[in-house]
Design a binder for this molecule. Structure first.
Ligand SMILES: [Zn+2]
Length: 74
């Protein structure tokens, strides 16, 4: 059997390939995550699993985008 290369997207569809925070954690840490990103810090290191969650959760992704826009314009 030949193993096919699995892309990041497919891996996500297949199951938890990388750690991911829950919506609850995402919501609680979103402020800090956005602040770090805007300040040029490593937001993904600050909140591990956040990036993966945002990629797979439209609701939190929307929240992230609007918060980022808000912070960036401040
Ligand atoms: Zn979410």
């Amino acid at each position: 059997m030949t193993a096919m290369p699995i892309t990041g997207t497919l891996r996500r569809l297949l199951g938890p390939g990388e750690p991911e925070v829950t919506c609850e954690v995402c919501f609680a840490r979103l402020d800090a995550y956005v602040d770090a990103g805007v300040l040029g810090q490593d937001a993904d290191a600050l909140v591990p699993g956040m990036r993966a969650h945002l990629a797979g959760c439209p609701a939190c992704s929307d929240e992230h985008q609007s918060l980022k826009a808000l912070v960036s314009s401040a």
